[in-house]
Ligand binder design. Structure first.
Ligand code: 2RA
Length: 329
């Protein structure tokens, strides 16, 4: 398999390379692609040295699969060019997620929608992936009516510059600022840009991507996305109102049986999901499962996952694995 990683020097691109190696993904030729200023540079991976290629060179090489994590503009311009030469593009940007002609895939949930005709496949937003891994099995059983989510998102989601600012603040050093204010003792109710409806793009991604992945426009979701000085993963406080009655035991049984979800729910012994546990792992962790006594069919729960892994790189590699396993590439 000839595989290109577009955005190979970025945070998600680096994790994509880690995950490909960890999962022994069968690669005959690996093409690393980064911005023009990195072209020609060399990267050593395990026992091999790779020279960074340009996007044009990578298209010319006609890879079988291209994993993209290089921003929406690069995806908008270059994903079609790779697709035109027969490459299966799995794109981690938001460029194609809500486009009616392209699929938004979480393998455990809807990989079955994929066909040989799909050449650009969208990876959902990190906060969407971990949320839907829990919502989908519960929706199938109890019909979700409304969801209210508050996210507590890792600074790694902002990017390397923000991580460097957090590290510098911890050492009381000055550094090029990603934010015009301190991060290390703060909670920022501002993930991505604000829209005209007073929600941020991050919050509307949760609303819109949830509807698309569940295939149900009747599921109403509203979100508040908050950035916190944590590096291990995103956390989410989730309130769900179901159409149908439920019992907690069945909720836990359903989540226990969901591939890729791990129940961590024993507060008596301080067992609940936390980024320090989720970091570096591919599962989505759920706990604090309890009835919302203010609603007839209400449920509260807490979800944590490593946003760079299942929230981005691992989900993309799992899509690539599915394509190979089902002979769609
Ligand atoms: C964030 N969801 O965490 C986005 C991914 N970059 O900001």
């Amino acid at each position: 398999m000839k595989v290109a990683v577009v955005g190979a020097t970025g945070m998600v691109g680096q994790v994509m390379l880690d995950v490909l190696s960890e999962r022994n993904f069968k690669i005959d030729e690996l093409i690393l692609v980064a911005s023009e200023r990195s072209v020609g540079k060399q990267i050593k991976l395990q026992d091999k040295t790779h020279t960074i290629k340009s996007l044009a060179e990578a298209v010319e090489a006609k890879p079988d699969i291209a994993l993209f994590s290089a921003g929406g503009n690069t995806s908008l311009e270059w994903a079609p060019k790779f697709a035109a030469v027969g490459t299966k593009v799995i794109d981690n940007s938001s460029a194609w997620r809500m486009h009616k002609d392209y699929k938004l895939i979480i393998p455990e949930i809807n990989a079955g929608e994929l066909t040989s005709k799909d050449f650009i496949i969208a990876n959902p937003n990190c906060s969407t992936i971990q949320l839907l891994m829990v919502l989908k099995p519960l929706h199938d059983k109890f019909n979700i009516k409304r969801v209210v989510v508050s996210t507590y998102q890792s600074i790694t989601g902002t990017g390397l510059k923000a991580v460097k600012q957090l590290e510098a603040e911890a050492k009381n050093q000055s550094v090029e600022m990603a934010y015009p204010y301190q991060i290390h003792k703060n909670a920022l109710p501002h993930c991505d840009v604000f829209l005209e409806n007073d929600y941020t793009k991050e919050e509307m991604k949760l609303t819109n991507e949830t509807k698309k992945i569940l295939g149900d426009q009747n599921v109403n979701l509203v979100a508040t996305a908050v950035r916190i000085p944590v590096v291990g993963g995103h956390s989410e406080s989730v309130n769900i109102e179901f159409e149908d009655a439920f019992d907690i035991a069945t909720v836990k049984q359903i989540l226990n049986q969901m591939p890729g979800v791990t129940l961590q729910d024993n507060p008596d012994v301080n067992t609940y999901p936390m980024p320090i546990y989720a970091e570096g792992k591919d599962d989505v962790f759920v706990g604090r499962i309890r009835r919302d006594f203010t609603l007839e069919n209400g449920l509260n729960l807490w979800i944590v996952a490593d946003n760079l892994r299942k929230g981005a790189a691992t989900n993309a590699v799992q899509i690539a694995e599915y394509l190979i396993e089902h002979k769609l590439v």
